[in-house]
Design a protein around this ligand. Sequence first.
Ligand code: ARG
Length: 583
Amino acid sequence: MADSPQTLLRARVGAAVAVAFGNDVEAPEPLVVPTSDPRHGDYTSPVPMALARTLGRPPHELAQRLAEALDVLDVATTPEVVRPGFVNLRLDQGWLAGRIAELVGDARLGIDPSSSPTRVVIDYSGPNVAKAMHVGHLRSTIIGDCLANLVELLGHDVERVNHVGDWGTQFGMLIALLDEVGRPGRDGSASLAEVEDLYRRANARFADDEEFRARARRRVVDLQSGDAEARDTWRWLVALSMAENQAVYDRLGVRHLEVRGESTYQPMLGEVVADLEAAGLVVVDNGAKCVFVDGFTNTEGEPLPLIVQKADGGYNYDTTDLAALRNRVEQGAGRLVYVVDAGQSQHFEMVFAVARMAGWLPEGVEATHVAFGLVLGEGGRRLRTRTGDSVRLVDLLDEAVARARSFVVERAEERAQAVPDDVDEVARVVGVGAVKYADLSQHRQSNYVLSFDRMLSLKGNTAPYLQYAYARIHSILREAGWAEGAPGGGVAVVLDEPQELELAKRLVATGDVVRRAAEDHLPNHLCTHLFELAQAYHQFYEHCPVLRSPEPLRSSRLALCEVTAATLRLGLGLLGIEVLDRI
Ligand code: ARG
């Protein structure tokens, strides 16, 4: 089957390694990488460099042998051997043209599903009950949603899991206070803000009221032992919080998440600890049941344990994650992904290590903590409101949409155009898209400064830039009558101009980029690709007339437009960002 060039060339290089150096020589990764300088071709194989040591031969000689064994002439021009020991490859124009013609009207844009699909559980968002989601949860939600989209496109069976913080001692305090003051709001419907206020009050009482503390502790025990009234209050809190969270998900346009909160694993916690004890992994330290893991120490350099049961008998966040992990693997997961802030790195490293020791995370099952940095305010400090509270997600989205709206209105006025009738819809798509893209286009490990001006700029690597590019291409396709799909019968594509060739090379690489973004859990790879693609399109459009060209050139160039628009739509869709045909 046809495939994206890097994937295709990888397979060819892999085969050539066996031919040139024998079957026992393992082909060293990476087999093929895109070049950064077009003078060196489009792709290069660093395999000879990597094999020089193992085989004890000069890399240049190995490169020659590899080039001779390479069977690529249907895809690329003759491989070029360069010093000190690389094999450079340049895509064949005929192959490229044929590939573009294949991509016209292909909803998957030639991205083949994986030949070894597996069940991938992606754990993201994870808000806490009785607290509003804040910007910290923003990153988890949108990065997780994007990764799930990527993995799903690649043909895996994806489970989107919301590990909601819906269990713990804080519920004892909340229930104890609600026992006293009753539920706020009319007919039991309160706002999350009112519940947050209760939370603050409960915390204060817990800090300086002995009697309240004792009652709160009793109520936790009641809740855990299934006391009907305590359960009822707890359920009310969970439902109220989740309804409000759902409103945020709806606004963000993220796909449906399966809510499997911490409470789900409650019945499994005792067994988790018992099994760890039976495996001889538990050490009792000051009454707490601990598992020590090699290589983990505290700031004083002393061994640091994972506490799986506190001295008072209570279980914690760690125990719950162990139970959840074990459960997910038992249910058939082949890969576990956790999209959680970098502050929890040690937690996940230790949970994975303990799970491996206990045999709950077998060899073939991969577990990854996809960590991310902080969202900072202008000035580089943690994002805070004027009153010092953490910023709520909804307020952030409201602001982005309001600013997008003024931006659309101003732009229309500048151009002496009418303000679009659907200005609110445009503002929503552009504003929410801008917030998401500003996040996803950063390397997730770095902290980033949230700047509305930058994210809404039409110049630069932003959602509006890509959305406007999409709308412009769409209007060309509309004018040509191609908007509802290309004319049947196939298009003969020619790539004589350098700008056509450059655009085509970027278009065919999308599948490779999607695969790399999914593998490295890095959505910013995809953002960079879309941005560079839009720039290449811009160059093409400057130099190559489309609608004014005679046939068959006109159709060939419309094909490039069509595949570019489809790539932007698919790519932005994978990022969870909408496009508009007209802006
Ligand atoms: N509720 C947690 C928090 O707000 C995030 C949960 C992440 N997922 C997990 N399996 N621990 O920090």
